[in-house]
Ligand binder design. Sequence first.
Ligand code: 13P
Ligand code: SF4
Length: 304
Amino acid sequence: WATMADDVNAIMRLKAERNAVILAHNYMRPEIFHGISDIVGDSLALAREATTVEADVIVLAGVHFMAETAKLLNPSKTVLIPDLRSGCSLAESITPEQVRELRRQHPGVPVVTYVNTSAAVKAESDICITSGNAVHIIESLGVPEVIFIPDQFLAANVARQTGVKVITHPGACEVHERFTPLDIRQVRADYPDGVTVLAHPECPPEVVDEADFAGSTAQMINFVAQQRPQRVALITECSMSDNVAQQYPDVEFVRPCNLCPHMKRNTLAKIRHSLETMTHEVTIDPEVADRARASVERMLAVGA
Ligand code: 13P
Ligand code: SF4
């Protein structure tokens, strides 16, 4: 079988032959994140950067909703996902019909939809958000109440920060919902001389309460880059610590983490295969795509 170096060399050659770029989420394994990616980031950065791609082909090393978002913003380009089964518990938690039902129950209340959803759900929405801009976008709407779907925990965390009332949906990230306040208390007990705890806002509010800071994956990386804590715990997916630790060897990372099985479907071998065979191509019904794109473009228009 091919070694990691064989795969990396083949991917580099194929990228040039196909005029392809690799966009990778912060949860990719280090050999993908550091080894072969052209653009890395959180969901917001990947959406923003997708609008600037000049290559003919985008390989999205991440999960399906991220590839759909890249396709929405690049309808004429080929967008590939290395493994079609890379789903997301949040995206799978809600259907377009459920969004229409929420609208019927709450007429006139804007529908704010987390980017971790299918294009069909985005198509039923007024505006998209990510964990990196949710507070800013909700505040920009200037309304007392929103339908905020499908992450009940992100919704609760944002409601507390903004004072805007949220009607939500019982979705959750299968990685972040598993953290408990006890996990964080245990980390602090293990390091009585101090540890800075950063949590993702997809964690339940009682977990965020125990942390020193909550933010998207990019906001966690910025925190480490700017504050250079001596010791840090990233309460999120496991590859984050592996990737950031390589960039900041002066910072000690303690690693209470949970793996995302969907993100972990991405491997060097599958990315190589994806570029060799030009599979799996992401397609979106044009009528759905037009409406979904509008909700993503509204988000990008609000700005940082
Ligand atoms: P962000 O990288 O936008 O914080 O999202 C985290 C996540 O769970 C993506 O699936
Ligand atoms: Fe979905 Fe959570 Fe995995 Fe992100 S980490 S893809 S939100 S299940």
